[in-house]
Design a protein around this ligand. Structure first.
Ligand SMILES: Cc1cc2nc3c(=O)[nH]c(=O)nc-3n(C[C@H](O)[C@H](O)[C@H](O)COP(=O)(O)O)c2cc1C
Length: 318
């Protein structure tokens, strides 16, 4: 009985600490760096323009307020922090102009945009990576994609040799194809190859008992809390973070590595200890760890982990 009461009390106290952490680092917090907050705000608003342009039939002169907001916010933004919001905004504004030129539309807003883009050409040379791009469903064999997904398994028989950092960046860059809310890309990946540090991190995690010694490469996936703001977004770090982690697991598989996700179902005390041991900033929420490496042998053994029949989890609504 006492232990149940302790569990309930623990849930409340952890929830309170969740709220304090979120308040301290969320996108409305005055304690967070201004450029970082502007980075996310501009990306989110520029995305509404590129998204509008990606619809079947964009409404002429849609989102006038957004367009003006993006131009004003970008003018105040320090592109030394990251040029990505500028690329996204300028590319979207240019595509907005092109779309309206093709439609033969005219409006003072379009003249404003044209003049605005002219000023920016000297500051950020073209091509601007933003707007819309062509996409084709041809080109990839469906079987290859299905094989990649079906062939992933949690592998706990790894070689503990460190993997070439360039190849790790390649895998991370593939995983960046993960979708993220409004393309804000708040997920962070911390990579460790130092055996002592890996041991320390795995000891705090606790779920790699029996194979920790074989782990020579470790990711900690986290999310920048500042990308999220307001009560409705309090858990979105986990949504985007988990989608990214899934792509990273598939990327590891595509590189021919074994990988095993490791839960971070932990309290704030352990989360802080992992942040300290891993040199991870306080404003990042930890999502999960991934142990990875070359497989110990091309043919190995994994847990069966059978799946439920799809009918048990799927409801086809009329
Ligand atoms: C969020 C998450 C946390 C996990 N944590 C651990 C862990 O701590 N230790 C472990 O050995 N496996 C862990 N796993 C692996 C699961 O046991 C495994 O994904 C599941 O049994 C399905 O098997 P499969 O990955 O081989 O398809 C974790 C998986 C997920 C998605």
């Amino acid at each position: 009985m006492l232990s149940r009461i302790a569990k309930v009390a623990g849930i409340f106290s952890e929830a309170l600490r969740d709220a304090v952490l979120f308040l301290r680092f969320n996108s409305y917090s005055p304690f967070v760096d201004r450029s970082k907050r502007a980075f996310y705000k501009i990306i989110i608003e520029a995305h509404t323009i590129e998204k509008g342009l990606s619809l079947q039939q964009p409404r002429l002169l849609f989102g006038k307020d957004k367009v003006r907001f993006v131009m004003a916010a970008l003018s105040r933004y320090d592109i030394g922090y990251s040029p990505v919001p500028a690329h996204m905004s300028l590319g979207a504004l240019e595509a907005y102009l092109n779309y309206h030129a093709q439609a033969g539309a005219s409006d003072p807003l379009l003249d404003e945009i044209r003049a605005y883009l002219k000023q920016w050409e000297a500051r950020l040379p073209k091509p601007w990576k933003g707007g819309t791009r062509e996409y084709s469903f041809n080109g990839q064999a469906a079987g290859d994609l299905q094989h990649l997904i079906a062939s992933r398994s949690s592998v706990r028989t790894l070689r503990n040799a460190p993997i070439d950092p360039d190849r790790i960046v390649e895998a991370i860059s593939l995983a960046q194809q993960a979708p993220s809310q409004c393309n804000r890309q708040a997920t962070r990946v911390h990579t460790y190859q130092d055996p002592a540090r890996i041991r320390e991190l795995l000891a705090l995690q606790g779920g790699s008992r029996g194979f920790a010694e074989s782990v020579g490469n470790l990711f900690v996936v986290s999310s920048d809390i500042c990308a999220w703001g307001g009560p409705g977004q309090r858990n979105q770090a986990y949504v985007d973070g988990a989608l990214f982690a899934m792509c990273l697991l598939l990327a590891c598989r595509s590189m021919g590595w074994g990988a095993c996700p490791l839960n971070l179902a932990i309290d704030h005390r352990t989360e802080s200890a992992i942040r300290r041991a891993g040199g991870i900033p306080d404003g990042e929420r930890l999502i999960l760890m991934i142990a990875f490496g070359e497989p110990s042998a091309p043919d190995t053994r994994v847990a069966f982990s059978p799946r439920r029949p799809p009918a048990e989890i799927a409801t086809l609504h009329a």
